[in-house]
Design a protein around this ligand. Structure first.
Ligand code: 9MR
Length: 578
């Protein structure tokens, strides 16, 4: 419980969390050490498991529940009192608990939450439960059950797991800081007005996104669809996900994402066709992507590449707007251009040319991108080697349309002038640019400090402003919908985190308002005619001229493109069309 009080007070010095009610269902403090909590098997079968109150492995003054489970489908029963079903499962309610896993606990398993006999939450798949040997806060927006019950059952679907839980609680009537139902309060609205794509990456393990994908009332789905006009799969369109066995393609999750995007009038970015990482085991490239365990020849590997790209890009033809064709091919070693990989080492440097040609043949309309990290700022060694490589590709007529800058950045590291110069040099080559995986992380020591969130907001604003100022930059995508799902904490050994626009409970941070404000100002001053492929679905109402006379009703970006040059008022914003 002590941890939670610290957490709440940390949140209160920040932004809107004060308005949210927190109801503790169980913190285990009223139990004696050694007390058992009942468990159940969801099928009523015999089970082998125990749930015993014990001392927190990290804090001798705190009591927590220790669960050992040897059988599948076996959950812990948590009594629910003083909270109605409506409060527990409201649209703006999150069920939250703290989870601690010892080093020996198996990682991939499936979380299930039952309310009485009805399942109200299940992980979309057997997914990673995050780091071991530290407390992690998990939050969920469960399904509304048809039944009444007094028991919530929580557990992991695995036949071998050990974990601790604490502070099972609900956050109700969450004040997200913005109104999801008002489209004029959305990033998407103003980005569309600016002719830009504002996107987000969603993954299988993200707040149940893929399981909730058809339920527009869920916090995660309505956040993604109301705030963004572009979406990219965090992992589900990578080589290992799409072709797990040789010649066997699995488009299940990719198709779900495409259907979601189409339903909500969003574009899809495809990520990624050829990469040294997240390759299926059958390629035999090993964990570093550099081995050739099957001794493929250049011709064989080219055939594998051609088959994968052709099948995937043809499957998504007309549905995936742009592809990261080659990902992270530039070396982190200043003395070489390309990183070692099975593709580069066996095929040769022209694997890049071939990948782009195969993709272009499969969908000539799709925009084809190269994509990499640490390539954002002109003058940086890797950024300059990336530029040299791309210039050569362009000079030999490789069908490349755009340059992806991943932008996994630290707060305080954004140099607007260098980012701007970088985008401009690509414009001179006739190439588009996109900020493809934006996150701006803070050191853990700065979590909770308003000054840190303001510095983060300032960096987000800088990036949006550079994107708005460069007509060849059409898209900015965030690498994750909220801080809880970011890859940064795990990747940095929990030394950095909180890099996104929304906090772990989907509440808007200063960074969100900075991006909204930058897009709003951009919508007021940008030359709308320069937009690329507007989202026609986003209709606007009335357009007035500078004299205040109505010149059009129910206009969308497409109609606005055809207005004569001049000064207009669109949705209460000043807009110059030139
Ligand atoms: O966000 C992805 C994370 O869930 C995966 O574990 C990780 C494995 O490599 O890939 C992450 O996404 C990466 C992206 O595909 C390419 N650029 C770096 C991203 C962060 O690692």
């Amino acid at each position: 419980m002590k941890k939670l009080i610290t957490l709440i007070s940390a949140m209160c010095v920040v932004w809107a969390m004060q308005a949210t009610d927190i109801v503790m269902l169980q913190d285990f403090e009223s139990y004696n050490i050694g007390d058992s909590i009942s468990m159940k098997n969801i099928y009523g079968s015999d089970f082998s498991a125990s749930a015993v109150v014990c001392i927190d492995p990290r804090d001798s003054e705190n009591r927590v529940l220790h669960i050992n489970c040897a059988t599948w489908n076996t959950l812990v029963n948590i009594a629910v009192s003083g909270v109605s079903k409506e409060e527990l499962f409201g649209e703006n309610t999150l069920l939250v608990y703290d989870l601690y896993r010892p080093a020996t606990d198996g990682n991939y398993k499936q979380l299930m939450i039952y309310y009485g006999n009805e399942r109200v939450y299940i992980d979309g798949s057997f997914v990673s439960q995050g780091a071991t040997e530290r407390w992690l806060t998990k939050s969920y927006n469960p399904y509304t059950p048809a039944i009444e019950s007094e028991t919530l059952s929580i557990g992991f679907n695995s036949n071998n797991c050990e974990y601790y839980i604490d502070n099972v609680r609900i956050l109700k009537d969450i004040d997200f800081g913005f109104d999801y139902t008002d489209k004029q309060q959305s990033l998407r609205h103003y980005a569309t007005l600016c002719g830009k794509n504002i996107g987000v990456a969603v993954a299988m393990s993200d707040a149940n996104f893929y399981a909730d994908i058809e339920d527009s009332t869920k916090i995660v789905t309505r956040t993604v669809s109301s705030q963004f006009n572009m979406v990219v799969a965090g992992n589900e369109m990578k080589f290992d996900a799409l072709q797990p066995s040789v010649g066997q393609f699995d488009f299940t999750n990719g198709d779900k994402l495409v259907a979601f995007a189409s339903k909500h009038g969003m574009k899809v970015r495809g990520h990624t066709l050829i990469w040294h990482s997240q390759l299926p085991g059958w390629i035999g490239a090993g964990s570093e992507g550099t081995q050739n365990n099957n001794n493929y020849t250049r011709e064989q590997l080219l055939a594998i590449m051609e088959r994968h790209i052709t099948t995937v890009v043809s499957h998504y033809k007309g549905k995936v707007h742009e592809w990261d064709v080659v990902n992270e091919c530039v070396s982190d070693n200043n003395n070489e251009i390309l990183r070692p990989s099975i593709w580069k080492d066996v095929i040769g440097e022209d694997f890049i040319d071939s990948a782009f040609v195969y993709a272009h043949r499969a969908d000539p309309e799709a925009k084809l991108y190269i994509n990499d990290y640490s390539v954002e700022f002109s003058g940086n060694n890797k950024a300059d080697r990336y530029y040299t490589l791309i210039k050569k590709l362009k000079n030999r007529n490789v069908p490349i349309d755009g340059v992806g800058m991943q932008s996994h950045l630290y707060v305080g590291s954004v140099d607007s002038a260098k980012l701007d110069a970088n985008m401009k040099r690509y414009e001179l080559l006739g190439l588009e640019c996109a900020i493809t995986e934006l996150d701006l992380s803070l050191p853990t020591g700065q979590f909770g400090l308003m000054s840190a969130y303001e510095a983060q907001a300032a960096d987000y604003r800088k990036i949006i402003n550079v994107a708005l100022g460069n007509t060849n930059c059409h898209s900015v995508l965030m690498w994750g919908v909220c801080d809880a799902v970011s890859w940064i904490p795990g990747f940095t050994g929990y030394t950095r985190g909180e890099p996104l626009l929304l906090d772990s409970f989907f509440v808007a941070k200063p960074a969100y308002y900075a991006v909204l404000d930058a897009l709003k100002s951009g919508a007021g001053t940008l030359a709308i005619r320069h937009t690329s492929s507007p989202n026609h679905e986003d209709a606007y109402t009335n357009v007035y001229n500078a004299m205040g006379q109505l010149v059009g009703t129910n206009m969308n970006v497409h109609d606005i493109h055809h207005l004569p040059n001049g000064f207009y008022i669109i949705n209460h914003e000043k807009v110059i069309i030139r």
